[in-house]
Design a protein around this ligand. Sequence first.
Ligand code: SAM
Length: 276
Amino acid sequence: MANPRLMINTALAAGVEVALDDSQARHVGVVLRLGEGDTLRVFNAPDGEWAARVVARKKRGMSVRVEHFIRPARPPADLDLLFAPVKRHATDLIVEKATELGVRRIRPVLTQRTIAETVRLERLNAIAREAAEQTERFDAPEILEPLSLAKALDGWDAARMLIYADEAGDEVAAPGGGEGRRAAPLLEALQEGAKENGAVATDPARPPPPAAQGGRGSLALLVGPEGGFTTEERRMLRALPYVMPVSLGPRILRAETAAIAALSVIQACWGDWRNG
Ligand code: SAM
């Protein structure tokens, strides 16, 4: 890989020497095959990206010396992902792709039909970190402790619109589906929420739709488990003023596809894809 990147959690400045921990040293020495004198880039969110050089490669341990500044950090859009953990491979994929797609924080949520209740945070953090290194971002998303859906919503900041991917979409007849609130197509919800969704536009208790915030502000996406949300959960979600139920089209997507597809549309319409 040309000029690989390594995320370093300590302060970076010209001349600073950083001792790598075991897993970083293994990554640099074994995976990237770098040795003494080889160059790489190091980065973190407060200090940006710097050119560095491997200065010591001993049997136990390796360090790099920071040489010069390359570019300042660019903060990610204030976009969170809440997802119900699915099978291991799919969960890994969600975290990797959410990192590539610029999500700032990831919260596993345990819903009534969540089957995979073991979430290996250390593993998910390692996946996020590696994806951040490859993807030219300056931070890895924060991966929060798993919480039940109810607890994750407890104390929710109502200024953060929660886009809820509702597989029952617009089906008013589906249990918990209609109840007077439309699940608009995602793009429409983002672009024209104010005009199209009377419930959002006219209720002063609801936060302004994302398009009305001009792409600033904060947003979160919620994707359910393989078995979908229960009727009870759908009713509860749809009753919350900051929740915007959306449809991702006429096909039922796997949870990982739903997360990747929805994040792509959100970044294109609201987030940092608009800045190039
Ligand atoms: N078992 C459910 C069913 O057959 O209705 C499907 C659940 S789907 C595999 C997993 C999650 O992806 C859903 O809970 C939802 O959040 C999201 N999802 C999948 N397809 C969707 C769609 N067409 N519209 C909105 N959300 C969707």
